[in-house]
Design a binder for this molecule. Structure first.
Ligand code: 4YB
Length: 466
């Protein structure tokens, strides 16, 4: 598929911010200006550009300017400590940093200017290749929930294939607007840019530090991506719910989604699609159709341009969306086995071809000789109304080898005895966690995924202290 020769209508809205709307023509002008500035300042085309931007509009312009130059474009998380960011820059051997904040370190850097929209020169036609070179690559750092960051490099084409497969499942047309509520340094956020470009549609960019409930009410998008806990919160918020009810699609991803939540959402007439995704696949891998009835088979179906196979219970991934490799110390490592990537997720394919996700291979632990998949117990805990989010982590135990600890953030009070009663009615005794610990607020942070290693560490220290 030749995405790059596709023409775009230049006067369609591309980006909405709280302050104003920008057409493709305006964004492209800013991208051209920014890319020329990069070459001027750098005195040549950089090969690897790292972007550290707090302002999402500037981030979009910087990302596209870098992709226009055919550079490897790394979008870094500006919220990480500076030492971590430095490590990430060194690892990819970036030769230029584009940023909208003054960062005090010794790299070749360029501040993304404020006057991006002053240049208003026109052009007759607009093609995708005018602002994205097929040579360019993206780099996203992702840790999944392991806490250890990997630099994941994609061909830019893979992002378009991700968008194409997604749009065959969730219609997204030029009048539509996708709210970018996940950060642009996360694949869920970044993928919306490519979805919009492919459809000649628009994205809404949340302002800094605003909250998604406010953004949904403010932009009234037609499409939005949420993680399950956000959906849970928003359907109980009388200001947000009507706007969610007006959306054409709510894409839920990033973790398992429990049926009780889906049932509530479907009763409220929300257009829910659930998705199994991964950074390494440019976001979506397998998604449901619009969920009409939770009892029907809503299981995940592998989208086009992705291939999966199961080997010893593990999901192996391939296809046009698959990443190109991991960057380690500037070098590309290709961790593939016969062109497939071992995902680390466990799953199985049902008789009708749909996919079940069991959990992560490395989350599984053995307690008293029995295998426990934390995700199974987490789904039961998350379905309890008084619980906002729950995780199960293993710690060492003299008697069982390892024992499960439930880490919980509560929404309302519920006694541990009542939680245990609910679990016992639904799961074998050996799967019931041995301790229940409240997650401190500061551990939840603003990330999409909490680090299981940090939770485990906290649980171990907590148990020692009691
Ligand atoms: C799951 C899972 C599932 C992931 N069941 N485990 O655009 C999107 O795809 C999107 C929309 C809304 C919210 C998030 C997204 C994402 O991008 C999610 C992508 C993501 O989570 N990538 S990740 O690299 O950070 O983590 C991947 C891992 O997350 C997988 O390997 C699974 O272990 C887990 N996961 N979806 C159960 N439906």
């Amino acid at each position: 598929m030749d995405f790059f020769n596709k023409y775009l209508e230049k006067d369609r809205i591309f980006v909405k911010t709280i302050d104003r709307y920008y057409t493709y023509r305006e964004i492209f002008n800013a991208v051209r200006y920014m890319s020329e500035l990069i070459v001027d300042v750098n005195e040549s085309k950089p090969t690897t550009i790292a972007i550290i931007a707090t302002n999402p509009l500037k981030a979009v312009i910087a990302i596209l300017a870098s992709l226009k130059l055919g550079a490897k474009t790394a979008i870094l998380n500006h919220k990480l400590p500076i030492t971590k960011v430095s490590e990430q820059i060194n690892n990819i051997k970036a030769d230029l940093i584009l940023s909208d904040i003054l960062i005090d370190f010794n790299y070749n850097k360029l501040i993304i200017p404020d006057n991006l929209f002053e240049n208003t020169s026109d052009f007759s036609i607009l093609k995708i290749s005018d602002f994205i070179s097929c040579q360019s690559r993206t780099i996203i750092y992702s840790s999944g929930s392991t806490g250890k960051y990997k630099a994941i490099q994609h061909r830019v084409e893979s992002h378009f294939y991700n968008a194409l497969g997604s749009s065959e499942n969730i219609e997204f047309e030029s009048e539509d607007n996708w709210l970018v509520n996940l950060p642009l340094y996360h694949v869920g956020g970044l993928s919306s840019i490519f979805k919009a470009i492919l459809a000649n549609a628009s994205i809404s960019l949340a302002s800094n530090n605003s909250n998604p409930a406010f953004d949904i009410s403010c932009f009234k998008p037609s499409h939005v991506s949420l993680v399950a806990t956000q959906l849970q919160r928003f359907i109980e918020d009388e200001n947000t719910l009507p706007n969610l009810q007006n959306t054409k699609a709510i894409l839920i991803g990033g973790s398992a989604i429990w049926n009780e939540l889906l049932e509530k959402a479907v009763k409220l007439n929300l257009n829910i699609y659930i998705s199994y995704g991964m950074t390494e696949m440019g976001s979506q891998i397998a998604s449901s159709k619009k969920i009409k009835n939770v009892n029907e088979n809503n299981a995940y179906r592998v989208l086009n341009y992705r291939r999966i196979k199961i080997i010893n219970g593990e999901i192996f991934l391939a296809g046009e969306c698959l990443f190109e490799g991991l960057i380690s110390d500037g070098k590309l490592i290709e961790p593939f086995i016969d062109t497939y990537y071992p995902s680390g997720d466990l799953g199985n394919i049902n008789y009708d071809g749909s996919l079940n996700i069991i959990g992560r291979k490395d989350n599984m632990f053995i307690s008293g000789g029995e295998n426990i998949h934390p995700e199974e117990i987490e789904a039961l805990l998350n379905a309890i109304d008084q619980i906002e989010i729950a995780y199960v982590v293993p710690v060492f135990d003299h008697e069982f080898g390892q024992k499960g600890i439930a880490m919980i953030k509560y929404r309302k009070f519920i006694s541990i005895d009542d939680i245990k009663k609910i679990l016992k009615s639904k799961a074998a005794n050996y799967k019931i966690p041995k301790h229940f610990i409240e997650i401190p607020n500061e551990m939840l942070g603003s990330g999409i995924k909490i680090s299981r290693a940090e939770l485990k560490n906290y649980a171990e220290n907590y148990l020692k202290s009691i």
